[in-house]
Design a protein around this ligand. Structure first.
Ligand SMILES: [Ca+2]
Ligand SMILES: [Ca+2]
Ligand SMILES: [Ca+2]
Length: 806
């Protein structure tokens, strides 16, 4: 195996490993036994599905090319054609992250052809792996003859020390720093076909499922117990509260044997988690937005921390703007057509960076929080981190002037004017603004002291301590002198949740149903998993925010109890199964297709990792006085013999219905269960049972059906003879406790009666105008109201044949 630094600026490593070289070193024999389990890790390597799974290498900003399908194939109907290459690395790429493994050997084959008339007679090509950052490794090489398909055929072994969390395979020509000096030699078009990388099957990803009950039944904090999420930003739209969260679960990697994860690494995070609720207790998991990174909505950013969202009508269209920190160095925004996307990037570079006027001195240009005023003027608050060393130490500590306010353009994706200093005392990060009764409230997180803030300084009287949420009140959203400081809004969360829950915080405030709510985070789920030795994985919390008559805020007390459920849950609709009040032992995953509840644009998730003994629950479900008669679920059986037991009020509560998941294994299907004794308001527990040690099923959505309600009525029909004619007589007695409408119908006529009193009869004898009638039936239609619901009951009454005379 040959390693050599090829390009200091990109930290590039060449590991050319032709079969010959591998054999010469004796490396293949031990490392790459060909096994029956070997798998081709490349998807659509023959391009018979067009360009599916392929894209142009974008590892460096200068990389670029056009990729198209061509019918000039080595095999089959299609190959790939790459043109307009801007660098030697500009070539077709496929992401093999999560598929290749360190220490494993793989066999790579591919066919390549170039034809440029002005090109050289022969040309070397590389198959190269980009392991993220500046690490590139040439895997296999071939020298092609112009106009002929050449074959890559070689083996490569990934070093045991190589991180493979990013592993992207691409095809290129040998590197030169100035390829445009001789494009015919360095930037020729080429065609690619029949790519395969064969080796050990991809490893099953280690489970991230949280096995403990992270949110205890009856409690409302943390908001969810099946995943983490930090820096929550609450946003209200159309009767729902959406929480946008830094995806702390992304880098969570519990050791399979100890269950303990390494500490959180913010650098791993390039997704934003979205959850929503209409009652503040039952939260729907909408999954993650892949915001940053090579496959992100904004691939020119690497991280997505501390989201902030707002909406605005731009050119007559309501749009949603999701701001986020691209690490500490810059901030950016992506645009959605709904709070759940889909998302696009209107920008090709970051929104807030070193060239933002007035922000040049801000150390960390992060934590962007948008605010749109009543007059439509949008603002963005951002910044934090170490104070300028040009300040005296005491000022660095007390008034670091590291946060900024700036106007946004009407487009919401660019700034206007110069950023103004927010002189928040002891400020560190997490600026946020809301407006109430004409006053603007700026809240933020304070710093923990240390050398970045002038060393061990004495805080000014009344200024916040370390890691607290302070706030200011101003009449002007761009003017925040230190005199507007109003106090500590929330002490450090460890004061309420104890050992292991200290550290940073990040808050927001939203108004919902006439009340104000305060969001913050605390590693409480992490604490329930690992005790007081937490690893920094944070969970979203909400408390109610109340105000004094003078507009100041009553300091918030953090509790596990959280906020009151603001309305009962409506079960009589299709709702996503990834909606939990509480849960145990389950996980969620995004699936193809749209949400049955939230519509075509919204992502859909399913509940997975459902084992015997796991459960999910909904808080305060209102079945009404007449109750539910049936539960329907969309499920995919993964094993025979799975069951969903529906219980009321407790995980061990009475079983009111059992869904037998007896549909074909592996296929999505609808299953139903009849319910008994389900009325009124209850917590509902879905408990899962079946063979141990296997995943039982996945669940997409639920729907309860209301019980059919009948109006009580006693109906009779008979025949009689009057004047030689046969009559059919129909009678219906109203047994309800209120008046009803009754219609009597026969083949010989019908009659309607309005407002038939309780206990009274509707009666009519219908003349058949014949001497006899055959046996038949009358229809009785009763309309009325039961518990405020309009109800129609239809009954039939049989009558015998009747003949006059004889
Ligand atoms: Ca092909
Ligand atoms: Ca499980
Ligand atoms: Ca679903």
């Amino acid at each position: 195996m040959e390693h050599r630094m090829r390009r200091a600026t990109r930290g590039r490593v060449a590991a050319i490993a032709t079969v010959g070289l591998m054999l010469a070193t004796g490396f293949v024999a031990g490392a790459a036994p060909v096994q029956a389990a070997d798998t081709n890790l490349v998807v659509n390597g023959g391009f018979e599905d067009g360009l599916t799974n392929w894209f142009v290498n974008n590892g460096n900003a200068a990389d670029g090319a056009q990729l198209s399908a061509t019918s000039d194939a080595y095999a089959g109907a299609n190959a790939a054609l790459v043109t307009s290459r801007t660098t030697t690395g500009s070539g077709p790429m496929q992401d093999l992250s999560g598929k290749v493994q360190a220490g494993q050997a793989y066999t790579l084959t591919a066919r390549i052809k170039y034809e440029n008339a002005s090109g050289p007679a022969t040309k070397q090509f590389f198959a190269t792996m980009h392991y993220g950052g500046g690490t590139y490794t040439n895997l296999v090489s071939v020298t092609a003859t112009k106009g002929q398909w050449a074959q890559f055929s070689g083996t490569f072994t990934i070093p045991t020390t190589q991180s493979v969390s990013t592993a992207r395979l691409f095809f290129e020509t040998p590197w030169t720093s100035t390829p445009s000096a001789d494009p015919a030699l360095h930037l020729m078009d080429f065609k690619l076909d029949d790519v395969s990388v064969v080796g050990a099957a991809p490893p099953a990803p280690a489970s991230k499922t949280i096995e403990v009950v992270g949110k205890l039944p009856g409690e409302h904090n943390p908001l969810i117990g099946h995943k983490f999420g930090a820096d929550g930003f609450g946003f209200v739209h159309d009767g729902r509260v959406y929480m946008y969260l830094t995806n702390d679960t992304q880098g969570y990697a519990p050791n399979p044997s100890t269950g303990v994860s390494p500490g959180i690494n913010y650098g791993d995070i390039n997704q934003i988690t979205v959850i929503s609720s209409e009652d503040l207790v039952n939260w729907t998991d909408h999954g993650e937005i892949q915001v940053a990174g090579p496959n992100g909505v904004a691939p020119f950013t690497a991280n997505s921390w501390a989201p902030g969202i707002t909406k605005k009508v731009v050119n007559g269209v309501e749009k949603f703007f999701l701001y986020y920190a691209n690490g500490g160095g810059s901030s950016n925004v992506i645009t959605g057509t709904s709070p759940l996307g889909p998302w696009t990037s209107e920008r090709t570079s970051t929104l807030i960076n070193g060239s933002t006027p007035g922000a040049e001195d801000v150390a960390w240009k992060f934590d962007p929080a948008p605010f749109v005023d009543d007059d439509g003027q949008p603002y963005l608050y951002f910044g934090g981190g170490p104070a300028s060393t040009s300040m005296p130490p005491a000022e660095r500590f007390n008034n670091p002037k590291n946060i900024r306010a700036i106007e946004l353009a009407d487009s919401m994706v660019s700034t206007e004017g110069t950023a103004a200093v927010v002189d928040a005392p002891v400020a560190f990060e997490a600026g946020h603004v809301f407006k109430r009764q004409g006053k603007y409230y700026f809240s933020y997180s304070s710093h923990f002291g240390g050398n970045d803030f002038g060393g061990n300084q004495q805080p000014l009287p009344g200024y916040p301590g370390g890691g607290q949420i302070g706030y200011m009140i101003s009449d002007d959203p761009m003017s925040w002198p230190k005199e507007t400081y109003a106090g500590v809004l929330f002490p450090n969360q460890s004061q309420f949740f104890g050992a292991g829950t200290g550290g940073n915080n990040h808050q927001s405030v939203f108004e919902f149903g006439g009340r104000y709510y305060f969001t913050y985070h605390a590693p409480t789920l992490n604490k329930r998993i690992n005790g007081n030795t937490t690893q920094g994985y944070r969970s979203p919390h909400i408390q109610e925010l109340t105000f004094n008559p003078d507009g100041t805020i009553q300091q918030v007390v953090g509790t596990y109890a959280g906020v009151e459920q603001v309305r009962d849950f409506d079960p009589y609709r299709v709702f996503e199964a990834e909606t939990f009040g509480w849960s145990k032992g389950v996980a969620t995953t995004k699936v193809d297709g749209s949400s049955a509840q939230f519509g075509g644009a919204a992502p859909n998730l399913v509940v997975r990792d459902i084992d015997n003994g796991d459960w999910t629950a909904l808080s305060s479900v209102n079945f009404g006085d007449d109750g539910a008669q049936r539960l329907t679920a969309r499920v995919r059986a993964l094993a025979a013999g799975g069951q969903v037991r529906v219980r009321l009020d407790d995980v061990d509560g009475p079983v009111v219905g059992t869904v037998a998941v007896d549909t074909p294994v592996g296929q999505w299907a609808e299953v139903t269960a009849e319910l008994e004794g389900v009325s009124g308001v209850h917590d509902v527990y879905f408990t899962y049972a079946g063979p141990a040690g296997v995943d039982l099923l996945e669940i997409d959505n639920w729907a309860f059906q209301a019980a059919t309600v009948d109006l009580p009525v006693t109906v009779t029909a008979s025949t009689r003879c009057v004047g030689g004619k046969a009559y059919v007589a129909v009678q219906a007695r109203n047994d309800h406790d209120a008046p009803v409408g009754i219609t009597l119908e026969t083949p010989y006529g019908e009659r309607s009666f309005a407002a038939v009193a309780p206990g009274a009869n509707a009666y009519q004898s219908f003349n058949s105008r014949a001497a006899s009638v055959p046996a038949g039936s009358a229809t009785v239609r009763v309309t009325g109201a039961v518990d405020g619901r309009d109800v129609t009951t239809v009954r039939t009454a049989q009558h015998p044949a009747g003949t006059c005379g004889g």
